[in-house]
Write a protein that binds this ligand. Structure first.
Ligand code: COA
Length: 290
């Protein structure tokens, strides 16, 4: 009988971190209305922080804020803004300050993604993702920095592992996330002397997320997982708690892949070279499966 592989347990943050380590702290999270960033927000709130979540769709944000407040016993408010619009972000920050009086933690998480080869990507499509991910991160830093300096707080940028290699169909996201990583590094160096830290979390394959569903729809086979499973949003939540906590007070300018080691084994999940020789057939499969 073949030996069976180890499957890593998901850490239970309630058993690992004190439940009040973020008491009195306030999180401002772009993209917090859904997916990984919502789970990051929940993780921080479960340890005592209040939060403002930022997104474009008010209905979804309002519902998410209500659910997050109920689940954690803390206060979460929805603040509608498109991260591409500095003024809207500044208003979201003002609303947060009006409600809570401070911002300690910022998650720059709003992102856009779809699968498309360069040959099928319009200039506007490329620019759109650069604007949401990279410029949106910059706009978020600009809108929040004075408050984060005042609280000697901390940033986490949500990035990806896609740009560590040439990942087909992801030119836009790869370029955008490389920019996000670079921004965080500079922020860490410029703002360290002001008491502000900045780090990047790069989620690998995380189960039950939009990104995973998108790739799984064309991958057609399971990826190998060194720790026996794909990630869980709570894995990213645990890394978030660590990086915002005083346990990470000497950690800044770092990029933490939360991927269970998958990046070391990753090849393109798309059929290769078929996907680049005949994108229309690949996109047809993708559409049929989504
Ligand atoms: N393939 C190729 N191009 C695409 C595309 C796809 N699947 N989806 C969008 N684009 C292009 C659009 O055609 C448009 O370019 P064009 O004007 O040359 O036609 C450009 O991208 C902007 O798209 P649009 O939908 O008008 O912009 P938006 O600002 O309303 O939304 C996104 C941008 C990225 C958020 C949107 O495309 C989207 O909803 N993506 C999927 C969901 C998502 O990204 N979720 C984030 C979690 S990772």
């Amino acid at each position: 009988m073949a030996p069976s592989a180890y499957i890593a347990p998901v850490g239970d943050s309630a058993l690992i971190f004190r439940d009040d380590i973020f008491k009195g702290k306030v999180l401002f999270c772009t993209g917090g209305g859904s997916g990984i960033c919502r789970a990051m927000t929940e993780a921080v709130m479960r340890h005592g922080a209040n939060a403002a979540i930022v997104g474009r769709k008010l209905d979804r944000l309002t519902q998410a804020a209500k659910e997050l407040s109920e689940a954690t016993g803390q206060v979460c408010i929805p603040t509608q803004a498109d991260v591409r619009q500095p003024k809207a972000l500044q208003e979201a920050v003002s609303k947060t300050i009006e409600k809570f009086g401070r911002i300690d933690f910022v998650i720059c998480g709003a992102a856009g993604n779809f699968l498309a080869p360069i040959s099928g990507l319009s200039e506007n499509a490329f620019r759109t993702v650069m604007e949401i991910d990279t410029i949106g991160t910059y706009n978020t830093i600009k809108a929040t920095l004075a408050h984060v300096r005042a609280s000697k707080g901390s940033y986490i940028m949500t990035s990806a592992t896609l740009h560590y290699n040439g990942t087909p169909y992801q030119a836009h996201v790869s370029a955008a996330k490389a920019g996000v990583d670079a921004l965080s590094n500079v922020l860490a160096v410029e703002e360290g002397p002001h008491g502000v830290r900045s780090n990047v979390i790069s989620p690998g394959p995380i189960a039950n997320t939009e990104g995973a569903a998108r790739l799984a729809s064309v991958a057609g086979k399971d990826s190998p997982y060194p720790l026996g499973r794909p990630g869980d949003v709570r894995d990213v939540g645990n890394a978030t708690i660590f990086l915002f906590s005083d346990a990470a007070s000497f950690v800044t300018g770092q990029i933490l892949a939360v991927d269970g080691g998958s990046e070391h084994l990753r090849t393109t999940q798309l059929p290769y070279p078929a996907s680049v020789l005949d994108p229309s057939a690949t996109l047809k499969v993708l559409k049929a499966r989504m």
